[in-house]
Design a binder for this molecule. Structure first.
Ligand code: ATP
Ligand code: MG
Ligand code: FE
Length: 369
């Protein structure tokens, strides 16, 4: 099956055409990405140090059809040759999600194609199936500007959340840290660059919730500690030097990587026990930890996860960065998995600002073919 996918839940306007081979009526990865167009909006939000929902929604509405046309053109697939249109139906900034759902429904209706509403998180979670045909079950660490989840991915619509952040997402913490220290937006790459020449041990920053069992995480206390450390420097010396900034970035980055990797390692150990039978049934020799989200680009975090996997005999699956951050290829793929399981969604499917994955054990909108 070949699908057009649309993504507009945050600050990327994206469209892609993906082809999935079927085996026994189930999409079999790796899928073929015929095109993947991503229009970023970082330039529109940079002055504000974060995504401005109203500006994002407007930009999506203006660019979705252009992205879709370009994706179809690059793929060389006329609308009539598609099997369905998929769009992110949540969770996300509601203005953008609405724009994508409306655009997707419009294209589907106009072309007489089925429409599928996709959970954005499912898009991220199923990406390793698109890129390498990974078999269920596997563990996923999703760390981006808006999300922080450790998920057991058990089936196309079966997820169990093993851990999450009780406050900020890690990417958000990186962005706020950058803003606090006068660095640019998006903050992650800027903080990582500055940290290269910094001393991670100079400032004693907390490791929130690490002393508690389980996989819940927290990042806002870390940010507050960082602000205090900066304020003390400003008070003592009237400002911060480039070295201070580098040391603060290095300290923050080390704390974040440590918290994320230790909590993820705990989830890996629980997963290996809980799903031993399913792993054996799938013929999986080494369980896989997959990463997704923009923060997965972070080098020290990757190193820590690589070490955690090596110590346990796990595989680490890190899709190419362009498929880790928001894109529409993952939406088209997840749309294919959903379409083949449930058939199309109704044309009055709502756009949802919140849509937790782990309550999706049963289809949300039952609509048989
Ligand atoms: P969503 O949360 O809905 O997926 P998003 O746009 O916030 O959307 P992504 O596009 O996946 O998420 O990732 C962007 C985030 O990743 C930003 O917060 C950015 O600072 C962070 N990021 C990017 N590169 C790095 C890096 N090298 N280190 C740390 N964080 C990074
Ligand atoms: Mg983004
Ligand atoms: Fe995302």
């Amino acid at each position: 099956v070949t699908l057009l996918g649309l993504e507009s839940s945050c600050d990327e306007t994206a469209a892609a055409v993906v082809r999935a081979r079927l085996r026994d009526g189930v999409p079999q990865g790796p899928g073929e990405i015929l095109s993947s167009v991503v229009f970023g909006q970082a330039d529109l939000h940079a002055a504000f140090g974060g995504v401005v929902p109203e500006i994002a929604a407007r930009a999506h509405a203006e660019r979705l059809d252009i992205a879709a046309l370009r994706a179809l053109e690059e793929a060389g697939t006329p609308l009539a040759s598609l099997d369905a249109v998929a769009a992110t139906a949540g969770p996300g900034l509601i203005g953008g999600v609405l724009a994508g759902v409306m655009c997707g429904k419009g294209i589907a209706m106009g072309a007489g194609l089925p429409f599928v509403g996709v959970n954005h998180l499912a898009g991220h979670a199923l990406t390793p199936r698109l890129t390498e045909g990974l078999a269920y079950p596997y563990l996923l660490l999703l760390v981006s500007g808006g999300h922080c989840q450790i998920l057991a991915v058990l089936g196309p619509e079966r997820f169990r959340r093993l851990g999450t952040s009780i406050d900020d997402a890690p990417g958000e913490a990186f962005d706020k840290t950058a803003k606090l220290l006068g660095l640019g937006y998006p903050g992650g790459p800027e903080v990582e660059r500055a940290a290269k020449t910094g001393d991670p041990y100079r400032f004693a920053l907390p490791r929130p919730l690490l002393d508690r069992p389980g996989c819940e995480m927290s990042f806002s206390g870390l940010k507050t500690a960082l602000r205090r450390a900066r304020d003390r420097l400003v008070e003592a010396q009237g400002g911060i030097t480039p070295q201070d900034r580098a040391d603060l970035c290095a300290g923050f980055q080390a704390a974040t990587a440590e918290v994320l990797s230790i909590k993820t390692a705990r989830a890996m150990d629980a997963f290996a026990v809980d799903y031993a039978a399913d792993l054996a049934a799938a013929g999986t020799e080494a369980p896989t930890l997959a990463v997704a989200g923009g923060v997965a680009a972070n080098t020290p975090l990757r190193a820590a996860l690589t070490a955690a996997c090596a110590a346990r005999g796990w595989r680490l699956s890190a899709p190419p960065l362009a498929l880790c951050t928001d894109n529409a290829a993952m939406i088209a793929w997840a749309g294919a998995e959903r379409l083949l399981r449930h058939g199309p969604d109704p044309m009055d499917l709502p756009a949802r600002p919140r849509w937790p994955l782990d309550r999706e054990a049963a289809p949300l909108i039952g609509s048989g073919r």
